[in-house]
Design a protein around this ligand. Structure first.
Ligand SMILES: Cc1ncc(COP(=O)(O)O)c(C=O)c1O
Length: 379
């Protein structure tokens, strides 16, 4: 074939997270602190429903947006967390990934701009490009990974259509403070922007007083799509289950993309998803908080500056003082010390590396020891 493929693909790269995790896997004995993948297994009580549903032949096409029993359970779960969305304001998706894809697809036209506070999860940039729109990185590095009004205003143009918000953040683990949320809310209203609110780590926030953007700013509801996932709080990354909640109009629009892209999520996973919502996330959150403390102490002993993560399971140490690019740092850490991190460039931030402490604590301790040894050779 000589005809060109869709040119919207030209600006997209495959995830560098996968590249570094594959490099770690192919390096014998390497300890991988690369993936945002809980070391725990899905709770047995959740998995048990799948066998029962298969035995009951729940194997036919389910309703596109999810079974009513699951949408009701999600609606009740969210209401307890201060966000009231009726079941018809919800769509069950193939992970947050598909929810983000649907949200950005219904909002963006070619030529529109979407502001992405950066460092950020690479998916947003790629989905914006796929829609022939332009991602605009708003650098939060000088402000301790917070959004400040002056920089936000400088990023806005007449073409700005949407803004993506993630708190707790991947890769920094930082939680947006009130000043950040106020600035974002004011800009969204003043400039009539859609807000795509990626809350996949909201259950794993350990900062006291943490508030989700839509809880702090309910006036954003008419313009916001909230994206959620079963992946992180219940260690269900492989199930590929998430959801989005918004106004009935935006959900109906998303349902078109969802219907033609995936039709629905598997029928026999949906009772299990209800069980997950009944499962307390406190032990997971506490366990990550303890691993965060171990990680911070070790990074401090290594002399690597880091902004304190307040949620998720990532730390994003500053390696600018070590005289290496983030890619070189991570490649050499794998080859010379047998420990793998992800370069900051994977998240739009040179001079940093992402360390995931989602793995079990023995792996984490070994990885931190090796990282410490490696850093000491660079001093
Ligand atoms: C910030 C953020 N959003 C979305 C996702 C995608 O989650 P899911 O597994 O539900 O597709 C991830 C996965 O790492 C993430 O870190």
């Amino acid at each position: 074939m000589t005809r060109p493929l869709n040119t919207a693909l030209d600006g997209l790269r495959l995830s560098p997270i996968r590249r570094f995790s594959d490099l770690a896997k192919s390096t014998p004995g390497c300890v991988s602190l690369t993936l945002g993948e809980p070391g725990e297994n899905t709770p047995d009580a959740v998995s048990a429903h799948v066998g029962a549903d298969l035995a009951a032949h729940l194997t036919h096409y389910p309703p596109n947006n999810g079974y009513p029993f699951l949408k009701e359970a999600i609606s009740g779960w969210e209401a307890k967390r201060g966000l009231s969305y009726a079941p018809d304001q919800l769509i069950v998706t193939d992970g947050a990934t598909e929810a983000l894809m649907c949200a950005l697809t219904i909002v963006l036209n070619p030529g529109d701009e979407a502001i992405i506070p950066t460092p950020a999860f690479l998916l947003y940039d790629s989905l914006v490009r796929l829609n022939r729109a332009t991602p605009v990185a708003l650098d939060t590095t000088p402000d301790g990974f917070q959004v400040r009004r002056d920089r936000l205003e400088a990023a806005l143009t007449p073409a700005t259509k949407a803004i993506v918000v993630t708190s707790p953040n991947n890769p920094t683990g930082c939680v947006l403070d009130d000043q950040s949320m106020d600035a974002l809310a004011d800009a969204a209203i003043e400039h009539d922007l859609y807000v795509i609110c990626d809350d996949v780590y909201s259950e794993l926030a350990y900062k006291s007083g943490y508030r989700r953007l839509l809880v702090a700013h309910p006036e954003l509801r008419e313009r916001a799509v909230v994206v959620q996932s079963f992946s992180k709080p219940w260690a269900m990354t492989g199930w590929r289950l998430g959801w989005a909640e918004s106004t009935p109009e935006l959900i109906s629009a998303m349902a078109k993309v969802h219907q033609y892209a995936v039709s629905s999520v598997p029928a026999f996973l949906q009772h299990a998803a209800v069980e997950a919502l009944r499962t307390d996330t406190t032990p997971m959150r506490e366990s990550y908080r303890r691993r965060r403390d171990v990680t911070l102490k070790a990074l401090e002993e290594m002399g690597l500056p880091v902004t304190r993560p307040e949620g998720a399971f990532y730390a994003f140490p500053d390696i600018r003082g070590l005289g290496l690019s983030s890619e070189d740092f991570c490649e050499r850490a794998i080859r010379e010390a047998g420990v793998a991190l992800v370069p900051g460039t994977a998240f739009g931030a040179e001079g940093f590396a992402r360390l995931s402490y989602a793995c079990d604590k023995d792996t984490l301790r070994l990885g931190l020891e090796r990282l410490s040894g490696f850093v000491s050779t660079l001093g």
